[in-house]
Each structure stands twice: as C-alpha cells, then as structure tokens.
Write a protein that binds this ligand. Structure first.
Ligand code: UD1
Ligand code: CA
Length: 466
C-alpha cells in the first residue's frame, strides 16, 4: 500500500515579521511554527514529509529533523510554484494522497487532518480543501461555492470582488490531493505565461488549482473544519500574539480538564509538549516549557520557569528556575532557587532560598536550605548543608567535583575546594575552607583559631581612656 505523504510550504520570506530569522521558526508557546506543523502531519497519520524551503533555507534545513526530506524553492514564485519544487517527492508517491500544509499556520490539528483524509478518500476527490468559517476573513482565500453549494473556486483577497470579500468561509491553506491529479494540474498552472498583465513577475497561486482540477473533470470539495481556531496564519507579530493566545488557552483547558488546577491563569504559559499529573496546582507567573513532565499532587509556582525538567509527585517548587534537570518525589524547592542543567535532586530533598545547583547529584533527604552554591558535585543522602556554603569547582582553567558522603554535616559558610571528598557522617566546622579530603566519621576544622585581645579597644588610640 502506498503511504500518505505531506508537503509543507516553508520557503516564504515572511516580510511582515520584520525578522532576520526564518518566519517559520517564529515560536508559538516556545515551539517553532514549523515543528507544530510537522507534528500535526505525523500525528494525523502521514508517513513521509517533504518541506519546501527557500528564504534562509540552510537555517530551516538544519533546524529540521534529518529524517525529513527538503526541496529547495530558489525563486519565491508563490505557493503553487513551491509545491512544484517537491515534484520528485510527489512522483514517488504516485497514486497516493498528499497533504499540503502551510508552515505558518501552526494550529491545524491532527484530528481534522485524519477526518478530512477519510472524507477525501470516501468521496474519491482529487482535492479536498480544509476550510472553516471565521469572524474576520480578511487576508484569507475565500471559498466560492456554486448555487448547488459545491466548490467553484478559491479567490484570494487581492483578486476578490466586494461580494466575494463578504464570504466568511476561508481556505485554511491545508489540502488533501491525489498526487497524480496535483502534478497534472500544477503543470497546467506553471505552463501559463510567467508574466502578469502589468509586466511584473506572476505568482503561481496553489489556490488556482481548484478551477484547473474541476476543468479536468475531477472532483474538488471543501471539507468544513469544526473550529475557526485551526485556520489562523501568523504573518506578523500581532498575529503571532493572537495565535499564542489561542494556543495558550487551548493548552490550559486541556490540562484543567485532565485534573490540573490553575486557580489563576495570570502569566501561566504551558508549552504544548508538557505533561502534568492530576491534582497538581500551577500558580500564577509560571512558565512550563520543553519536554517538562510533572507528576501528581505538586504545587508549581508562583513565578517559576521550568524547562525540560522531569518532576516527580508531591513536589513543591516555589519561585524557582529549573532547566534540563530531574526532581524526585516530595522534594521542596524554593523560594528563589536556580537549578541549572544536569541537576538531579533526590526524594524529599529540601533546597531552600537563594540556592544555585548545577551539574550535581543530590541524594534523598539532603537539605541545602539557605544561600549556597553547589556545582559539579555528588552529594549523598541525608546530608545537612549549613547556610552560605559554596563548592569551589573552578580554578580558572578546570572544573573539579566535590563528593560528600551520606549523613555528613557541612557547617555554615564552608568552602569545599574541589577536587575534594568528605566521608560519610563526617562534620566540617562552620567557616571552614576544606581543601583536603575528610575521612568518614571525622570532624574537620579548617579555619584560623580565634584570638582574644583583652581590652584592645580601650588601649586603642584615639579612644584611649585613662
Ligand atoms: C495562503 C493561501 C490562502 C489561505 C492562507 C491560509 C495561496 C495563494 N493563498 O495565503 O488562500 O487562506 O494561505 O493561511 O496559497 N510559501 C512558499 N513559497 C512561496 C510563497 C509562500 O513556500 O513562494 C509558503 C510560506 O512560507 C507560507 C505558505 O507558503 O508558509 C503560505 O504563504 P503565504 O504567502 O503566507 O500565503 P497567504 O497569503 O497566507
Ligand atoms: Ca500566511
């Protein structure tokens, strides 16, 4: 059986974004638009993808997963021309169906993709246009129907008559085509003279294909998508915000309906790939992004940024930033904690206020409650770290590790100068600068002995008193 495939149009310059970066890498909920679109195709059951690239093509190509094929559109001559650049890819899928998607319309959903494919196959269509009714159709291609309600054509804003501009049913920019019909009809469009009446270069609209296909005696139908929210494309930063708002609300709703509490959504932004367990509470000002996974019964926030972090159950994380880290069950993190990449926080660990941890393992039940920096370290379980400790992990050229055994007690205001290790159950005295390994069960004192100079103040000039 021939697999379904998809061609994704991502070559456009996106002038209206006023950006030095490719438009299709603009982000919705921290995820580039092109990634939303490729994910939608894959989730909709499409096996092979080809992305048409053009403007800043190398940047887009290197962003894409290498398993995705690309076709280069070296001259940007419109959406019809763009699809034609994937000719070889389409020929390989000869009698199969191809999904065409715009890379700047990230909110299309996989359910609509698979439902419209069923509709397309059932009706033996040559093309099925995914359409929807929207409040404000300005800028979109309008779906023009005949008196009997069948599809007549798609007319672009620029070419639409005043009457056609009133039509609220618009082209989403997503279509299912029979590959062969698409190739035949595209050749007809491209064969037309490449110059417009006014002498300017003509754009080859993919949307003109409807009339060509109907002219060939083949079936072209519009599939009505239920939601107007699938359609919006982001052509400028204002539309980008509108898309973010739509996507943000949809993601929050999905989590709330799945048992996550969001008592106040102010400043709460959750990326589309974040997973959250039941009865977890997300408090205001909290941004969850990347491949973050949070267990059940946690309290996350307020004012926290969690990126690519795996969090267990019953964790509290208050005013904290965490990137590329793992936090086990029942840990209490914050307020004012920064977990930098590769922090591995054990079960029931307490990381208190103003603590930074980087590239370190912190064993179960350990407490680092106040004002400390732990970098490149391996701490065992049930350790107590006093206030204001630092691992001295960097000597200006190399970084070294600090190892602390289970049940050790690090006094307040210690510097642990790495490489150094402190044995199990050992104590270090407050104010110590530990430069040598401390054996298990010992006490290390590494500070100057206190000296008392009696009556020193009284004898000190000019306060000398008789
Ligand atoms: C297009 C549709 C319009 C539809 C709307 C939905 C056409 C002619 N019009 O309009 O009917 O309602 O999408 O959002 O197709 N691209 C290329 N190469 C090009 C030109 C564009 O790859 O030469 C890509 C762009 O990167 C973009 C997509 O095609 O991802 C759509 O192009 P754009 O110019 O944004 O089309 P719209 O004006 O939005
Ligand atoms: Ca667009």
């Amino acid at each position: 059986m021939i697999k379904n495939c998809a061609v994704i149009l991502a070559a456009g310059e996106g002038k209206r974004m006023k950006s030095s970066h490719p438009k299709v890498l603009c982000e919705i909920l921290f995820k580039p638009m092109i990634d939303w679109v490729t994910a939608c195709a894959v989730e909709g059951g499409v096996a092979d993808l080809c992305v048409v690239i053009g403007h800043l093509s190398e940047v887009v190509r290197s962003h894409l997963n290498p398993s995705i094929e690309t076709a280069l559109q070296s001259e940007l001559l419109g959406t019809g021309h763009a699809v034609m650049q994937a000719k070889d890819f389409l020929k390989r899928h000869g009698s199969g169906n191809v999904l065409i998607l715009n890379a700047d319309a990230p909110l299309m959903d996989s359910e609509t993709i698979s439902n419209s494919l069923n509709f397309h196959v059932r009706n033996e269509n040559a093309v099925t246009v995914i359409a929807a009714k929207v409040e404000n159709p300005f800028g979109y291609g309008r779906i023009v129907r005949k008196d009997d309600d069948t599809l007549l054509k798609i007319v672009e804003e620029k070419e639409a008559t005043d009457e056609e501009k009133e039509i609220k049913e618009v082209n989403s920019g997503a279509y299912w085509f029979n590959c062969q019909a698409l190739l035949t009809a595209l050749e007809r469009i491209i064969a037309k003279k490449n110059v417009a009446a006014d002498g300017s270069k003509k754009e080859y609209y993919l949307t003109d294909i409807i009339e060509v296909i109907l002219g060939l005696g083949l079936k072209a139908t519009a599939f009505n998508a239920e939601s107007p929210h699938l359609v919006p494309g982001a052509n400028d930063r204002v539309q980008l915000l509108q898309l973010n708002e739509i996507a943000k609300k949809a993601v929050l709703k999905k989590h709330m309906l799945a048992g996550v509490s969001i008592p106040c959504a102010d400043g709460v932004i959750i990326g589309p790939d974040v997973v959250i367990g039941r009865d977890t509470v997300i408090l205001p000002g909290t941004i969850l992004k990347g491949k973050t996974i949070i267990g059940s019964d946690c309290t996350i926030g307020p004012n926290s940024l969690v990126d690519n972090t795996v969090i267990g159950c019953n964790v509290t994380l208050n005013n904290t930033q965490s990137v590329d880290s793992v936090i086990a069950d029942e840990a209490q993190i914050g307020p004012f904690v920064r977990l930098r990449p590769n922090s591995n926080i054990g079960k029931g660990v307490r990381v208190g206020n103003f603590v930074e941890i980087k590239n370190s393992n912190i064993g179960d039940g350990t407490k680092i409650s106040h004002l400390s920096y732990i970098g490149d370290s391996d701490f065992g379980s049930d350790i107590n770290v006093g206030c204001g400790c630092a691992t001295v992990n960097y000597n200006g050229s190399t970084k070294s590790r600090t190892v602390v055994g289970n049940d050790a007690f690090i006094g307040c205001h210690n510097s642990l100068v790495a490489p150094v290790s402190i044995g199990e159950r050992a104590y270090t005295a407050a104010g110590s600068t530990i430069t040598e390994d401390v054996p298990a069960d010992s006490l290390a004192l590494a500070r100057a002995r206190q000296v008392i100079k009696k009556d020193w103040v009284k004898n000190k000039s000019p306060y000398k008193k008789k």
